[in-house]
Design a protein around this ligand. Structure first.
Ligand SMILES: Cc1cc2nc3c(=O)[nH]c(=O)nc-3n(C[C@H](O)[C@H](O)[C@H](O)COP(=O)(O)O)c2cc1C
Length: 393
């Protein structure tokens, strides 16, 4: 399998599957080492305090089984830091390695997956993984395509957060739409004030209730639904992003679209730009006497021009599809028998992925931003060697 690393200077590499650890159960191996998720974080500067507690604060946001609108799976999501951190929890500059064991690998669940290993699961990655990895493909709990993989990203993003916090850069993500029910538009300040005030983490507290009641009905009907998550980054300096292929908009889109279940992304006014005129779309600049900076009167571009941050907040939205696993009879194919059949897949699942995807979006956004900062700062320092006044017009 290729493509398990994201980022250039600050980067994470993840490994781990859903239930594969269940095949290594052996009294000679401590339970924590059967299997789970691993992340190696490259580019961590020395002297950063990294505690398991700081990582848990982020992991707990996406832990399953905590709310009525997430899967009943009980995954403990406890992190073990095993490298790159030494005395007084301070990083040494070496790669930081972490493992998050999967504590929920009951034989009964593996058996359920084994019984259906030849059946193509609608909406899931089982058919495409089978085409790519043939008879060796991981059929147990979606393998590497499982949302369990995202716990390793969140651990990596938690380290990026520790650094971004010191730079005054904040990233938050929250639900703005569920099953067609739309929240009112929010400022960063309101979203921050209402952050995680309900099970869905929707900052429109009134609409959130409506969304949650609707989700209960969807769940009772053994169905699932999709939604939209908004991600906002504030305090981002102007000048991040490397034209032309590594535009910040492109690397953020890469980060978001690599998360399972994400079907679309838009920055600022996004697809609405298509129906606008130039005068409606342009964000006009002005000189802010107070800060001495060039600002923009509106932010329809979502904080990015030419793929480079313009100093305004970066605002984007992702569209999440409905959770593929539903407790309903659906048509499918038995690969070995080469036959179309109907089947109900018994499984534990999220009625919506929105309630658990937002911390993953935050993590990926932080990693993409910190990586862009490393690139921009490196380039800037070399430019200053050539001409110390390069940035004065
Ligand atoms: C946080 C999170 C939780 C998810 N939970 C489930 C789940 O419980 N059941 C399921 O079938 N898919 C779940 N998914 C979605 C699948 O991972 C995804 O739809 C699948 O791998 C196919 O990939 P694609 O939708 O990107 O094509 C979840 C995704 C995320 C990010």
């Amino acid at each position: 399998m290729l493509g398990n690393t994201f980022g250039r200077a600050f980067r994470i590499t993840t490994s781990g599957e859903s239930y594969a650890g269940g095949f290594r159960k052996n009294p000679a191996i401590p339970q924590e080492l059967y299997g789970g998720q691993m992340v190696i974080i490259d580019g961590v500067p020395p002297g950063l305090k990294i505690t398991a507690q700081a990582i848990h604060e982020e992991l707990d946001k996406r832990r399953p089984g905590l709310t009525s609108v997430s899967t009943p799976r009980k995954e403990a999501d406890r992190v073990y830091i095993f490298s790159g951190v030494m005395e007084d929890d301070l990083s040494t500059g070496a790669p930081v390695g972490m493992i998050i064991p999967n504590s929920d690998i009951e034989d009964v669940h593996i058996r359920q997956h084994k019984e259906n290993k030849n059946l193509v699961r609608p909406g899931q990655a089982s058919y495409t993984y089978y085409k790519k990895y043939g008879r060796y493909y991981d059929w147990a709990g979606a393998g590497r395509a499982s949302a369990r993989e995202t716990v390793a990203r969140v651990a990596g993003g938690a380290v990026a957060k520790l650094i971004l916090d010191k730079m005054g850069i904040d990233v938050i993500a929250y639900v703005v739409e569920s099953h067609g029910i739309k929240a009112a538009p929010v400022t960063y300040e309101t979203a921050k004030a209402n952050y995680r005030k309900n099970e869905l983490n929707c900052p429109d507290l009134h609409k959130a209730q409506e969304m949650i009641e609707d989700l209960e009905k969807v769940k009772a009907a053994n169905d699932s639904c999709g939604g939209i998550v908004e991600v906002v980054a504030v305090g981002v300096p102007a000048g991040l992003g490397e034209p032309v292929f590594d535009k910040l908009s492109a690397t953020i889109a890469h980060a978001m679209m690599s998360i399972g279940g994400v079907k679309g992304i838009e920055f600022g006014e996004g697809f609405k730009h298509a129906a606008m005129t130039g005068s409606q779309s342009n964000d006009t600049p002005y000189f802010d006497e107070e800060t001495g900076k060039i600002r923009f009167r509106t932010n329809r571009a979502g904080g990015l021009l030419g793929g480079i941050s313009n100093g305004e907040e970066i605002r984007l939205r992702i569209a999440c599809k409905p959770t593929p696993t539903i407790l309903q009879q659906q048509s499918t194919v038995d690969i070995t028998k080469r036959k179309s059949i109907d089947h109900v897949f018994a499984s534990r699942s999220d009625p919506t992925i929105c309630a658990r995807i937002y911390p993953v979006c935050e993590a990926m956004m932080r990693i993409a931003l910190l990586d862009a900062i490393y690139m921009a700062e490196g380039y800037k320092s070399i430019s200053s060697v050539i001409d110390p006044g390069w940035d004065k017009l």
